[in-house]
Design a protein around this ligand. Structure first.
Ligand code: AP5
Length: 257
């Protein structure tokens, strides 16, 4: 097992700077066979939670597009580009951000995808257009996906996970008021900052997000199945049980290659 990765993901969250000054303080170690994973699943199924746990196990970097938008939302108004302001409005309503904005943002950060430590993509791709763009970029760079993990859970359990979620406003660690409570109520175990409820975890936004998932993201299941990459995983049980299920399947996948 790898040593736990304390990657602050600065390069991913802030994007490239003209002078190259934005770099992660700790980056994943180079690996001969890096893991390159996509995590699929409805909003709230537990992708972010699993991505954090998988990062510790596999040494690859957790890259979430939702986290990039939320980080941009914390910038001063005058530092947000018009495209980013529009993206944040889509996000607050629970709608998907347009493909062109998302792809521009991911393309700018392609160094994170190409890093020899590997990646765990969480929340991207979310439409067939985004999946095609990623496929093209990876083919151009001569890198391939290890697997696409699809987490599956009944809707009522997903809604309860979303409504109880609390997120650290600083380091973005994720908790749940009953299922994964912090040691001190309202305070992040990892960095001591305040825990907050996400704006898009209100009931009206949750309904819009579920609808966007069914319409735009669920078709990716067939897309990756056709490519022979899909790995369905039941997302019932504790985070550690789901992690163990995921690791078992990933190890099987590798030994069959
Ligand atoms: P994003 O941040 O990607 O959100 P999401 O996909 O809606 O997923 P969530 O972060 O809500 O849930 P999760 O599956 O990560 O669950 P978590 O681990 O937190 O996107 C947000 C928005 O940004 C989108 O709506 C869109 O507007 C925009 N966006 C982002 N990417 C985009 C893209 N590519 N294209 C277009 N628009 C894009 O877990 C949920 C809760 O459950 C937590 O409280 C957790 O502690 C708890 N929990 C987790 N596992 C368990 C368990 N096993 N048992 C009990 N509780 C658990």
């Amino acid at each position: 097992m790898n040593a736990p990765l304390k990657n602050n993901r600065e390069a991913w969250l802030q994007g490239p700077s003209a002078d190259g000054s934005i770099q992660c303080s700790a980056v994943p170690a180079k690996r001969k066979h890096p893991w390159r994973l996509i995590l699929l699943g409805a909003p709230g199924v537990g992708k972010g939670t699993q991505a954090e746990l998988l990062t510790e196990r596999l040494g690859a970097c957790h890259l979430s597009t939702g986290d990039v938008f939320r980080a941009a939302g914390q910038l001063r108004d005058c530092d947000q580009s018009p495209a980013m302001k529009a993206a944040l409005d889509y996000m607050r309503r629970g709608e998907l951000v347009p493909d062109s904005t998302v792809w521009e943002m991911v393309r700018e950060r392609r160094a994170c995808l190409l890093h020899c430590g590997g990646f765990i993509l969480d929340g991207f791709p979310r439409t067939l257009g985004q999946a095609e763009s990623l496929k093209e970029l990876m083919a151009t760079e001569n890198i391939s996906l290890s697997a696409v993990v699809n987490y599956e859970l009944p809707l009522d359990e997903i809604v309860s996970r979303l409504s109880g979620r609390r997120t650290c406003e600083k380091c973005k660690s994720v908790f749940h008021v009953t299922e994964r409570p912090p040691k001190v109520e309202g305070i992040c175990d990892r960095c001591g900052a305040r825990l907050i409820q996400r704006e898009d975890d209100r009931p009206a936004s949750i309904a819009v997000r579920m609808e966007a998932y069914d319409r735009s993201t669920a078709p990716l299941i067939q897309f990756y199945k056709n490519l022979g990459l899909l790995m369905p995983i039941p997302a019932k049980g504790s985070p550690d049980e789901i992690l163990a299920r995921t690791m078992e399947k990933l190890e099987e996948t590798v030994s069959n290659k």
